[in-house]
Ligand binder design. Structure first.
Ligand code: GLC
Length: 447
């Protein structure tokens, strides 16, 4: 099938309608789950991506997505990465596995004890900025603002107690890019994992060749076992977790979210000093702690090992989403990474790997690149969306247009799936994936 460069109105209308149908099918009545089989509960950053797209279809409902997620907020401000308001399913980890009940400040229904990239404030700002019903929208912002701020306060207090300016993640799942090879050295440092007994369930819905390896799963569960033995104390976890990383992506999203919170604060007449101070500190720390001038990349910092994680992944481009690099550095980063067929550009790398679609999540010249395994190389629609936003903010519209074109071609030929093989677009992972549908709508509407 030949695919036009930009969608005709009829084609865009059909895609939008398909996306609407998928989101309706994944609607549980109170929230939209990430996918039909594999992910039957409510996930944190999925909710933000879904709300961003859903606002073009049903803005009132998009606000409700934000509200339902915030119902899972813990007393200390943490917003968990998974909420199980309807109890157990065939998903693993089960609600019980987290052993969160009875923990002080936990909500009345089970949740995970981890968090995920705080994209929610950005979603709320998008929802508010183009809302035609200004009064209702402002009332909504007023309703959620303090909760969003509490989450960010928790991030800085619990995850940056030494005031470095950057927040740390304590589990790869908190990055949202669960199985990313960039974390491999930090995970391999857990030499003999002792996970509490568990049985994986992902093989029931998705081909295991496209999922994390058993050795990674043992380490995920090992970390959860430790944290639950510490009764989810944020202090104990920060002090004791063998995995402690200042992740470029997580911090770029945090920085962007705090700029968006400041914009919301101004609309509400709330002070912005605290937010301004966080943003200033994190911008400086991106430069002093995460920028490797020698390789010209932003790199995650492994706090336990005291060194950078140097695998070549898309995260070096994530600071554009945060608005962090100077325009000159942003252009260099893009030319050097997005424009390089050894890494992310279409074409053939020296190792013979030939890709067609933007943007592989891991550099194809890397030995750890695997085009169909979860986060080890496939194209993900949310990553493409984040990069499009960053490129547009720096005026690199041609680059952004190319990513939008590839994204639309992928969803047209392979549907709204979880991820795509960057060589030929083969659909991977879970089918009927909500954020792929929602973000397609946003790309069609806003570009
Ligand atoms: C996978 C992704 C994570 C997402 C979740 C639900 O675990 O890695 O980012 O939130 O699925 O879609």
């Amino acid at each position: 099938m030949s695919v036009p460069d930009s969608p005709t109105p009829a084609d865009a209308g059909a895609l939008r309608e398909e996306a609407r149908r998928l989101l309706a099918a994944n609607d549980t009545g109170s929230f939209i789950k990430p996918s039909l089989g594999q992910y039957p509960h409510q996930w944190n950053w999925d909710t933000a991506f879904i709300a961003i797209g859903l606002r073009h279809l049903d803005r009132v409902r998009a606000r409700d997505e934000v509200r339902t997620l915030l119902r899972g907020q813990w007393g200390d401000g943490m917003v968990p990465h998974i909420l199980y308001p309807d109890g157990a399913s065939d998903y693993f980890p089960t609600p019980e596995y987290w052993q969160g009940d009875g923990v002080e400040g936990a909500p009345p229904f089970p949740t995970s004890g981890l968090t995920q990239p705080p994209l929610l404030a950005t979603a709320v700002r998008r929802l508010h900025d183009d809302a035609p019903d200004r009064d209702a929208s402002l009332a909504f912002v007023e309703e959620v603002y303090a909760k969003l701020l509490a989450w960010h306060r928790w991030l800085h207090a619990a995850r940056d107690p030494d005031a470095t300016g950057l927040v740390a993640i304590v589990h790869p799942w908190e990055s949202g890019t669960d199985n990313a090879p960039r974390f491999a050295p930090a995970m391999e440092a857990i030499v003999e994992p002792t996970p509490p007994p568990y049985v994986r369930a992902d093989g029931a819905h998705v081909r295991l060749e496209e999922r994390p390896l058993p050795r990674d799963y043992d380490r995920y569960m090992h970390l959860i076992g430790l944290f639950r033995s510490w009764r989810w104390s944020a202090e104990a976890i920060y002090d004791g977790s063998p995995f402690l990383v200042q992740d470029v992506l997580f911090n770029a999203i945090t920085h962007r979210a705090e700029s968006d919170l400041a914009a919301l604060a101004r609309d509400l007449g709330e002070p912005t000093e605290e937010l301004d101070a966080w943003r200033e500190a994190s911008a400086a720390a991106f430069e002093s702690r995460l920028w490797d001038g020698a390789s010209g990349r932003y790199l995650d910092l492994d706090l336990r090992a005291g060194r950078w994680l140097t695998e070549d992944s898309f995260v070096t481009l994530a600071p554009l989403f945060g608005g962090i690099p100077t325009p000159e550095r942003a252009r260099e980063l893009v030319a050097r990474h997005l424009g390089d067929p050894e890494r992310f550009a279409p074409g053939e790398a020296a190792n013979g790997v030939r890709t067609r679609y933007l943007v592989p999540t891991h550099a194809k010249g890397s030995e750890r690149f695997e085009p169909r395994r979860y986060w080890c190389g496939p194209v993900w629609m949310n990553v493409n969306w984040l990069l499009v936003q960053g490129l547009r903010a720096y005026g690199m519209d041609d680059r952004a247009d190319a990513i939008v074109r590839d994204s639309l071609e992928l969803v047209r030929r392979s549907g709204f799936v979880e991820y795509y093989d960057p060589r030929d677009g083969t659909p991977c992972g879970s089918r009927s994936f909500s954020w792929s549908a929602a973000l397609t709508v946003d790309l069609l509407e806003v570009g």
